[in-house]
Write a protein that binds this ligand. Structure first.
Ligand SMILES: [Zn+2]
Length: 181
């Protein structure tokens, strides 16, 4: 194993997960240090926490609050990057791969692309009908993304009539080789 090979090696999912764990731990430590370990609400002393049973420092509830807000912030980032990925022409299948949704897809007997679309909608706020929208870089229109089914003509609404990207996408689909997709 040479240094060159080590540098050009593609990271494994486990490598990325390990790096995230280290970063998340550091982020929680920093957040708790900045708030001096204070919690957003007053904690009660109970029979189990008093007197002096809780000798863990910093306060675990403060760490939990920070970890929870990091989780929410990470979901917001994921949604933003899904949006950018769609704008740059990445498929729902590629997004599902990036989100590591193989297990969920197998468990739900869905395609990984369908799982990715479900993931993208799941974290939207509100209770009304959820839609996924992004701005087409070719025609600058807001596109409503209907997800990876059934066929390209039904997948996206809102492109300009003469959108070069949309035209190329539909042309490629019409010229696809016959047989199962
Ligand atoms: Zn367009």
């Amino acid at each position: 194993m040479t240094g060159q090979n080590e540098r050009s090696r593609r990271p494994s999912r486990a490598d990325v997960a390990a790096a995230a764990r280290i970063k998340a731990t550091t982020a929680v430590d920093d957040m708790v240090a900045e708030s001096a370990g204070r919690t957003t609400t007053q904690l009660r002393s109970t029979a189990l926490t008093w007197p002096g049973t809780n000798t863990v420092q910093p306060e675990p509830v403060a760490c939990l609050e920070s970890a929870r807000e990091l989780e929410r912030a990470a979901h917001e980032l994921a949604e933003r990057y899904i949006c950018l990925a769609r704008e740059t022409g990445r498929s729902w299948h590629e997004i599902g791969e990036a989100l590591d949704l193989h297990w969920a897809a197998a468990a739900n007997k869905e395609s990984i692309a369908a799982e990715a679309y479900d993931y993208a909608l799941r974290y939207q706020p509100g209770t009304g009908r959820r839609t996924f929208t992004w701005t087409c870089p070719a025609c600058q229109q807001q596109v409503t993304d209907n997800g990876p089914w059934p066929d390209p003509p039904e997948q996206e609404d809102g492109h300009a009539a003469d959108c070069a990207r949309r035209t190329a996408q539909l042309d490629a689909w019409q010229r696809r080789p016959p047989g199962p997709a």
